[in-house]
Design a protein around this ligand. Structure first.
Ligand code: ZN
Ligand code: MN
Length: 474
């Protein structure tokens, strides 16, 4: 995004992530997504008087995993607090969250060469879901009440919509690796609030910030940041003032609208939750969780480029999705040519995969076989593509497919030579064109050669010979 009139953009993000525990944070109700409304409820999460919360141990474990994966310090003592607000999606009229002592603090993640600080990560409960019905009015589904959340608060280190997107993508990748959430944005498992202010370049004091609530796609995050940046700059340029407020991004108009004046901490009347003891974590407990974490994307990326000789960019593509990365590692184990496998995965397979892939419908063994046939020169590049398509679409065995359809690469120099001679002798006009400077007819001749061999000849050798003959003074 281009800056307007030397105004810099200062963004911090609050990301809410639903943890993939089987039960809720303060009761044993299930958390499965998509159940019939109000079938996963119980007095605790309904907020009925007298019901007592008890903390789900898994939530603490997952929060520690998230903290360790994002380079945070884990607090050995933290506690839960009541955060009061009155809204129909919250039956208790307060949310159990963590206020002054969160479970994790002081971490960071890297996006490219930039480090984005993480101020804190705390645990809290999700609210219910309001469903606005055209005839029946607004209804509430309490299934989501008490679903465990992590709130991950970044430092205001983000300076463009693109960086915001990269940060959320990286965070999502890390949390999926850590196994704490599936982070499915279309199911609301990852939602993002944007805190944004602007200041003139070189000015050290931050401007007044606004908050845009509940963005649930990368496109909306980008668009909302851009819209609010432009609004703030225009307001200041007209001599107006930015006021602290909470905004809503309208996905239809692409504009931001005032939702309410910004609450201060005092408005929430925080106080320690009297029904829950503090969360005490010993060093042994934390050290016991550490080895449960898998190798994270940054480390894998480094290892892939060293081990397989692939570019940083390619390594990045392979590691960003854990499903793909695990699959690729299995391929690399089985193949003599992991680099070819990496290239095929990125240039060919990704073409065929849906964006939010959860399972790759091609076995690592099949991919390894294709990479090996290609690396050993048994099949040429266009056949490789075809074999990969077949294996992916129909589960065909690559080697068998090549044998049955007689697709093995023609490496025999005498066949290649005979083909090129034949094509040249049949097309004297094209040769004349080439020699008069229309060198792009070579492509046409090459096409004719490949056609004669049913696309199976070694294109590199064929091309070499063709070029040599065309350029020779006969
Ligand atoms: Zn419940
Ligand atoms: Mn929150």
């Amino acid at each position: 995004m281009k800056l307007i009139k030397d105004y810099e953009l200062v963004v911090g993000l609050e990301v809410h992530v639903e943890l993939s525990t089987e039960s809720k944070i303060f009761c044993s109700c299930p958390t499965a997504f998509g159940a019939e409304p109000n079938t996963q409820v119980y007095p605790v999460c309904m907020g009925l008087p007298g019901a007592m919360p008890f903390l789900n141990k898994k939530v603490v474990e997952y929060a520690v995993k998230a903290g360790l994966s994002t380079n945070c310090e884990i607090n050995s003592f933290s506690r839960c607090d009541r955060k009061h607000y009155f809204y129909p999606d919250l039956p208790k009229a307060y949310q159990i969250s963590q206020f002054d002592i969160p479970i994790c603090r002081g971490g960071w993640i890297d996006i490219g060469n930039k480090r984005i600080g993480i101020t804190r990560i705390h645990i809290e409960e999700d609210a219910g879901k309001l469903i606005h019905h055209p005839l029946n009015g607004t209804m509430i589904d309490c299934n989501r009440c008490g679903v465990p959340l992590l709130e991950i608060v970044s430092e205001p280190d983000i300076s463009s919509p693109e960086e915001a997107e990269a940060y959320v993508k990286k965070l999502r990748s890390v949390l999926v690796y850590a196994g704490v959430s599936d982070c499915k944005m279309n199911e609301g498992a990852l939602r993002c609030d944007v805190n944004l202010s602007v200041k003139k370049i070189g000015q050290s004091r931050l401007g007044v910030r606004t908050e845009i609530k509940n963005l649930n796609s990368f496109a909306f995050i980008r668009k909302a940041i851009e819209a609010e940046y432009i609004r703030q700059v225009n307001t200041l340029e007209r001599g107006g003032q930015i006021i602290r407020e909470t905004l809503r991004f309208d996905t239809d108009t692409g504009k931001v609208y005032t939702m309410r004046a910004k609450e201060d901490a005092a408005d929430y009347r925080f106080f320690p939750e009297p029904d829950l003891p503090p969360i005490i974590l010993t060093v042994d407990q934390i050290d016991g969780i550490r080895p449960q974490l898998p190798e994270l994307p940054d480390s894998r990326k480094k290892r892939y480029s060293e081990q397989f000789g692939i570019s940083d960019y390619d390594a990045d593509v392979l590691v960003s999705n854990r499903t793909v990365a695990d699959w690729f590692e299995a391929v690399a184990e089985m193949s003599k040519y992991p680099k070819i496998a990496a290239n095929l995965t990125i240039s060919q397979l990704f073409r065929l995969l849906p964006a939010d892939i959860e399972e790759i419908p091609l076995s690592p063994a099949a991919m390894a076989e294709i990479a090996d046939m290609s690396g050993d020169g048994e099949i040429n590049s266009s056949v490789t593509k075809k074999v990969l398509d077949e294996a992916y679409m129909r589960g065909t065995s690559p080697r068998e497919y090549v044998r049955e359809n007689d697709l093995a690469q023609i490496n025999d120099p005498s066949v290649i030579q005979a083909t090129v001679y034949r094509v040249l002798s049949e097309n004297p006009a094209l040769i004349a064109d080439y020699r008069s400077g229309k060198t792009n007819v070579k492509k046409m001749l090459m096409g004719l050669c490949m056609k004669l061999t049913h696309g199976k000849a070694d294109p590199v050798k064929m091309n070499e010979l063709l070029e040599k003959l065309l350029n020779s003074e006969e």
